[in-house]
Design a protein around this ligand. Sequence first.
Ligand code: NAP
Length: 320
Amino acid sequence: MKAILVRQFGGPEVLKLEDVPTPKPAAGQVLVRIHAAGVNPYDTYMRAGTYAVKPPLPYTPGSDGAGVIEAVGEGVKSVKVGDRVYTAKTVTGAYAEYALALEEQVHTLAARISFSQGAGVWVPYGTAYHALFHSAKAHASETVLVHGASGGVGSAAVQMARAMGLTVFGTAGTSKGLDLVKREGAHQIFDHSKAGYQEEIMKATDGRGVDIILEMLANVNLSHDLKLLATNGRVIVIGNRGEITINPRDLMLRRASARGFTLWAVTPTEEADIHAGLIAGLENGTLRPVVGKELPLAEAARSHKEILEPGAAGKIVLIP
Ligand code: NAP
């Protein structure tokens, strides 16, 4: 089979398309014919060798795939050959024609969701769900600012928060991104590339501030986020690419909090809760992953360059 292999950590050029043996599922494993693989920012940090999780080399990237069960190992009961599934982590990597996964790493993909959409489920929607429900403990009566709403996690969070009844503000840095954020359900949109947009956000709350901020670029925004919070407000740090100075008094004045998480560290109970929510939302149409670009698997290097560029508009997926 064809698969992307990383033989050394480095720039996008280390992603090479190679011929490798098709794996066979052992007991408790399944083989998935991958129809689409999702590209996430963390894939680029891992490839560069700068991420907290450093896989042994060589490795095939990708936790998020969607496809069809090709074969099952001994003892597998929850899925069968021919089932449509999305993956939430894999054993051998999703940037490939086939991926091995543990039985518990594959989940039913609703018939209304395409494979390309299915490749945008686990990391983006799992993160948005965990941020909103487990971390922020959002209530329908609250206002959420999705700070960076045009990408994978942000667009997922906008759909989820809107479906749950929150008042949703979303930001993007291009007109295409802003259109997407509005289309996916934001009540109000703001351009984070425009000077003074934070004052517009404050005005939109009549000076009260927002209850929750889901932050995609904390190293740029955290200090100002704290000033945008209402009393008892919370910032959930989802994305961060550097350091920033904050004034803790901004938290004290508002009885506010800032907290973060990594999706890798969710507990099994939380993960089960996440999949139950996602599977239901994908089935009933409230969750509709937005595919911004489909690229052939051979163009994995291009996908890693583009995912870090400004102007997000949904997910980038690779088609084996
Ligand atoms: P993505 O699809 O590449 O989207 C990036 C988003 O960040 C876009 O909406 C982009 O908007 C926005 N952005 C750019 N400049 C910004 C600014 N100054 N202020 C606010 N937003 C800005 O990435 P993603 O998959 O949504 O992931 C977002 C971040 O969360 C990444 O850093 C990723 O590594 C991290 N993440 C963390 C976890 C976790 O477990 N904690 C899980 C998933 C993702 P424009 O392009 O329109 O400017």
